[in-house]
Design a protein around this ligand. Sequence first.
Ligand code: ACO
Length: 320
Amino acid sequence: ALRSVVVGTGSCLPARVVTNAALAEQVDTSDEWIVQRTGIRQRHIADSDETTSVLGTRAARAALDDAGLTADDIDLVICATSTPDHTFPSTATQIQAALGIHQGAAFDLQAVCAGFVFAVSTADKFLTTGSARRALVIGAETFSRIVDWEDRTTCVLFGDGAGAVVLEAQEDADGRGVLSTSLRSDGRHREKLYVDGGPGSTGTTGRLRMEGRDVFRFAVGQVTDVIVEAFAQAGVTADELDWFVPHQANRRIIEASADKLAIAREKIVLTVDRHGNTSAASIPLALDVARRDGRIRAGDLVMIEAIGGGFSWGAALIRW
Ligand code: ACO
């Protein structure tokens, strides 16, 4: 049977770093409060010319280079984003054009912070059914453009960036590839985390609104169900896991989830301290960091998981 194997990763962060101390000059907050509640020490913030598609293109190019592939090899581009350059065309088609890819399909996928997991699951369906051969799966965001910079309860949490992986359909994958995915959504929770604008409401882009405490409680309480399901589907247990690569929203959510699942703390890949919450970009950014610094190696068992607006949440188990 066909398997979707990761053959390359890449990422891109805006050059500008904003520390907690710098934020404390703009809003009533402190480095101590932010670190204690979230684990975040700094985030990267895009300049005006660093749009979501620009960051996504750079991450995708790095992933292609890493895989030793060129534009001609890719026949599917999926970009997970909630901060597209434009309402349409999709960010994915702009990335496709910037990379010189002229075959196959390209589209955006919107599941907020869970977008990358949803995109991996979607690409896996295309690849394992033979509908595509090689997919660029990108998470790219510029949440700095939808954050309310006067709201200290949210603006300290987010950062910008992009990450990408290349998935390839392989017939004899030798146990490697995407082993299982589990996705869920429950739209009743809209009010907990949303953007108060859009073409059908205010006609403006709007700003991010969040009930932080409720999101925290739901995240810790609920996200483990998809992880448990992904393990069960693949027939493996948590102690066989090599790396746990969660959505990077908050250090306390991540550690509470890992503890609940009896995943050892040293198996957690944590980047929230340096990147902040980059929404759909956080997992592919963390994957790229952990692969390039030598932690994730061929044959390793990796769990990715995320929860975000909607709520939508999901997990995917990958043999690297
Ligand atoms: N600096 C200083 N004080 C602050 C700040 C700040 N940046 N923000 C809030 N406070 C104050 C509050 O006003 C409150 O003061 P009060 O007690 O006088 O009313 C106090 O700090 C405590 O506020 P809480 O909201 O109770 O703080 P909590 O411990 O819940 O931490 C946080 C807040 C970090 C937002 C937490 O609830 C959280 O992490 N929630 C999950 C949010 C999240 O991760 N969202 C993203 C997931 S989905 C996605 O990625 C899109």
